[in-house]
Structure formats: structure tokens, C-alpha cells
Design a protein around this ligand. Structure first.
Ligand code: NDP
Length: 251
């Protein structure tokens, strides 16, 4: 058997691909040969240009995944535009910070609806198609807070720990149908999401000192793991949560 990371002829759907980790993943999948559908709220102009420059096809689907309402349409538009779906990357996510005793129901619902509920129902809609074809890869973007509690982010910790649970639940039921479901748990990655932490000199120093690799992660560090989990090289890997964290959890 030849080990291959080649995604030529494959089609991927990536959520939240206009910036950060989602942009790096969608570009890396295109560079590995996949056509890519991107789904998100804002116009992903830069991502579309980057993917088009690889020579792969790209389909832009506008959808607010803060609710489950658009998930069926997102899958249908991806299938109409690109004909099939081999890979789903559930990357769209938000974080809300507040002291535990003041944490609002609105912040709870916004984070769990976007990061967990939509992730499950988009996976379900995609998995129906994948099961019919007998193959597919679902990759969920989790977090260090899949394993840890964090501070002032209870809904994010709950949602991301739920992402770990639902990854295993889906992997378990879909393994015999040829669909692998895994998660990537990014460590501290330099994106818009973490801009405030990077800008705070004291917090930034504390974070870098705590990371065994001695640096923030880059979106491309996550994209490398995503290409592996999207490729046939990972066909026997399922239900796994792969930390890409510069050694944070090893410490
Ligand atoms: P960004 O803020 O750069 O990216 C988040 C993406 O999610 C954006 O493209 C955003 O699109 C999209 N998104 C948010 N809400 C919605 C919505 N309601 N509907 C559709 N799309 C939405 O941050 P990152 O790249 O850092 O985050 C990507 C993922 O990685 C998230 O799931 C995050 O939790 C996770 N993560 C990040 C870490 C880090 O250190 N950066 C660490 C651990 C996990 P739009 O702008 O259009 O709303």
C-alpha cells in the first residue's frame, strides 16, 4: 500500500474559512489537490483568491452557522457546486469571555449553538451523503479546552469538550460505514481570535514561556494535521483528538 497525502479528485467543505485557521486549512487542502467549498458569514475574498491561484475549484457559500437553519442548504450548495463531498472541516467558532458568576444565557447559547450544535447537524447532513457513498472524513476543530476548563470561558469549554464527545460518538457509529471522524485541538494559534492575548505583553510572555515549543502556533501548523486527517494516510485513524499545541498538554 502506498502512503498518500494527495487529495486530487476530492472535494472538501470548510466552515469559517475567511480568516485564520479555516483559511489555512482550506488553502492547504486545495494545495493537496482538493476542490473546496467554503461556508461562512462574511465574504471570504482573500481565501477565494488564494484557492483560485492553486488552480482548484472553489465555491463560496454564505451562511450564518450561529443556528442550524442553513446546514442542509450548505451541504446542497456544496454538492451542486462541486458534485460530491469527501471531507468536512467544522472550523467556524466563536468565544465569549465573562466572569463565571456574570455569564449570560445569551453568551452561553451563542457559543454552544455555533461551536457545537451547528457542528453536529452539519456533520449529520454531510454524513448522510458520505455514508451513501461509503467513504468520507469529518474533521472537527476542538481546543485545549476540550481537555481543560479555562478561565472566564465556561460556554466555550463546554462546547469544545462537547466537540470531543461528539467526535467520538460519530466516529463510533460511522467507522463501519467508511467514514472517519477526528478532531484537532489547536494550542495557542496566532489569529484574530487571539489578537488581544498576543497584544497583552505580560500574558503573551506567560503563554510563550508555558509552551514547550517556545512559540505561538501558526494556522499552517493546524493545516498540516488537517491534510493528514483528510487523506487516505489516516484511513485507520478515527475518534481521535489530535492536539497540535507545541507540547502544551505534554507539560
Ligand atoms: P477566527 O476568528 O479567525 O476564525 C473564526 C471563523 O469562524 C471565522 O471565519 C468566522 O467567520 C467563522 N464564524 C464565526 N461565527 C460564525 C457563524 N455564526 N457562522 C459562520 N461562520 C462563523 O479564529 P481562529 O481561526 O482562531 O478559529 C478557528 C477555530 O479554531 C475556531 O473553532 C476556534 O475556536 C478554534 N481554536 C482556535 C484557537 C486559537 O488559538 N486561535 C485555539 C483553539 C481552537 P466570520 O468572520 O464570517 O464570522
Amino acid at each position: 500500500m502506498t502512503i498518500s497525502f494527495d487529495l486530487t479528485g476530492k472535494v472538501a467543505l470548510v466552515t469559517g474559512a475567511n480568516t485564520g485557521i479555516g483559511q489555512a486549512i482550506s488553502l492547504a487542502l486545495a494545495e493537496a489537490g482538493a476542490d473546496v467549498a467554503v461556508a461562512g458569514r462574511s465574504e471570504p475574498t482573500e481565501t477565494l483568491d488564494l484557492i483560485e491561484a492553486t488552480g482548484r475549484k472553489v465555491v463560496n457559500i454564505r451562511a450564518d452557522l450561529g443556528s442550524v437553519e442553513p446546514v442542509q442548504r450548505v451541504v446542497e450548495e456544496a454538492l451542486t457546486g462541486l458534485g460530491r463531498l469527501d471531507v468536512l472541516v467544522n472550523n467556524a467558532g466563536i468565544i465569549r469571555r465573562a466572569d463565571l458568576l456574570d455569564f449570560s444565557e445569551e453568551d452561553w447559547d451563542a457559543v454552544t449553538d455555533t461551536n457545537l450544535k451547528s457542528l453536529f447537524f452539519l456533520s449529520q447532513a454531510t454524513a448522510r451523503h458520505m455514508v451513501e457513498r461509503g467513504s468520507g472524513k469529518i474533521i472537527n476543530i476542538a481546543s485545549l479546552l476540550t481537555f481543560q476548563g479555562g478561565i472566564r470561558v465556561p460556554s466555550y469549554a463546554a462546547a469544545k469538550s462537547g466537540v470531543g464527545g461528539v467526535t467520538k460518538a460519530m466516529a463510533n457509529e460511522l467507522a463501519a460505514k467508511g467514514v472517519q471522524v477526528n478532531a484537532i485541538a489547536p494550542g495557542y494559534i496566532a489569529t484574530n481570535n487571539t489578537a488581544a492575548l498576543q497584544a497583552d505583553e505580560t500574558r503573551n510572555r506567560q503563554i510563550v514561556e508555558r509552551i514547550p515549543a517556545g512559540r505561538w502556533g501558526r494556522p499552517e501548523d493546524i493545516a498540516g494535521a488537517a491534510v493528514f486527517l483528510a487523506s487516505s494516510a489516516s484511513d485507520y485513524v478515527t475518534g481521535h483528538i489530535l492536539a497540535v499545541d507545541g507540547g502544551w498538554l505534554a507539560r
